[in-house]
Ligand binder design. Structure first.
Ligand code: NDP
Ligand code: GDR
Length: 347
């Protein structure tokens, strides 16, 4: 019998890659989806279809991490073998504007899901494995290289909330013997990355600038350093964590770190443009407290899970720029044909 998995945050960047991975492994894949006034399934449209038809690889269920009753119902309906908790208000800068909401979804939302899962396991007698999407932001001001033993020093409401979720997971593991894993993932990007995160913001603008559709790109702090990997590689690590004999916590990273300025320069060089001609600094994109330097030490994941990243910084950057040049070309074609729309697209 095929295993079933429930993914919160299935409509996000990671949710879409993870859903693809699990479908390729013949899982029955279920996703939690928020009700929205516009379609929010663009990243998974290639997997999702009319539920009346057979052969549709994934099933979606309305739910929200702020609604514990709904989470319980979905668990009882789906009867998952594995749960991946990827749902979050995941934007660090926005978490300073919406701290209470961020804490409610990211910290308390995780707790709600754990409580629902604890009860589901007790009543069903089923062993369910759980993955929590933790973040390198939890390390915050701690000096690099950061690994599982590095003390947390969170620098944003988002990061504080992820730390709380991390400890909820550890506490439920110790208290109830549940199979719960914390991933501590460093930044991972892709052509499906949300357009307000800095790498995608740069590549999206670059495509439009190159084709004459945009003149300026406004950014914040260019000196912050991040350990950037490819999302497609990172969802493999999530799955591997849940296939081990014992639950544990793992750092997932490339071990290389580059500044925002490095990313900007390499991306513009790749299409023969000088970033200094187009980029302006806007204070609104600075954070009240910044995370300056993240560089992960993922030796444990490499040894115990046999995981390693396949896409390096240069390949990731080129993959994203190429994709966004293509999007800009499509947009230009539409504009030339008299349309005013900005076209979307997926990788
Ligand atoms: P995205 O922002 O792309 O996706 C977030 C997902 O969470 C979306 O599906 C979103 O739904 C959903 N969501 C938001 N609020 C709620 C809510 N209240 N209830 C249920 N679902 C909700 O994030 P990523 O895919 O990049 O990241 C996945 C997870 O990994 C997140 O938890 C993030 O914090 C964490 N993480 C990400 C890293 C990265 O570099 N990408 C690194 C480390 C951790 P909708 O589409 O409707 O908005
Ligand atoms: P981060 O990613 O905060 O690391 O969180 P983001 O891409 O938002 O910022 C990275 C760095 O770039 C600087 N920066 C800007 N950032 C944004 N978004 N927009 C700008 O215009 C800009 N200019 C400079 C930032 O100050 C920062 O230093 C991401 C999210 O996916 C989290 O959910 C996840 O947990 C962490 O990665 C690991």
């Amino acid at each position: 019998m095929s295993r079933s998995a429930l993914i919160t945050g299935i409509t996000g960047q990671d949710g879409s890659y993870l859903a693809e991975l699990l479908v390729s492994k013949s899982y029955e894949v279920h996703g939690l989806i928020r009700r929205a006034s516009t379609f929010n399934t663009e990243r998974i449209d290639h997997l999702y279809g009319d539920p009346h038809l057979s052969g549709v690889p994934i099933r979606l269920h309305y739910g929200d991490l702020s609604d514990g009753t709904g989470l319980r119902r979905v668990l009882e309906l789906v009867k998952p073998d594995e749960v991946y908790n990827l749902g979050a208000q995941s934007h660090v800068r926005v978490s300073f504007d919406q701290p209470e909401y961020t804490a409610d979804v990211v910290a308390t939302g995780t707790l709600r899901l754990l409580e629902a899962l604890r009860d589901y396991i007790a009543t069903s007698g089923k062993q369910v494995r759980f993955y929590q999407a933790g973040s390198s932001e939890m390390f915050g001001a701690a000096l690099p290289p950061q690994n599982e033993k590095t003390p947390f020093h969170p620098r944003s409401p988002y990061a504080v909330s992820k730390v709380a979720a991390h400890y909820f997971v550890q506490n439920y593991r110790e208290a109830y013997g549940m199979f719960l894993c914390n991933g501590i993932l460093f930044n991972h990007e892709s052509p499906r990355r949300g357009e307000t995160f800095v790498t995608r913001k740069i590549t999206r603008a670059l495509g439009r600038i190159k084709l004459g559709l945009q003149e300026k790109l406004y950014l914040g702090n260019l000196e912050a350093k991040r350990d950037w990997g490819f999302a497609g590689d990172y969802v493999q690590a999530m799955w591997l964590m849940l296939q081990q004999d014992q639950p544990d916590d793992y750092v997932v990273s490339t071990g290389e770190s580059y500044s925002v300025r490095d990313f900007l320069e390499s991306a513009f060089n790749y299409v023969d443009l000088k970033w200094q001609d187009y980029v302006e600094i806007d204070k609104r994109y600075f954070r009240p407290s910044e995370v300056d330097f993240l560089m992960g030490d993922s030796s444990k994941a490499r040894q115990k899970l046999g995981w390693k990243p396949c896409v390096n910084f240069d390949s990731l950057l080129k993959m994203m720029v190429d994709h966004d040049l293509e999007l800009a070309k499509r947009e230009k074609t539409l504009i030339n044909a008299g349309h005013k729309v900005i076209c979307g697209g997926r990788w």
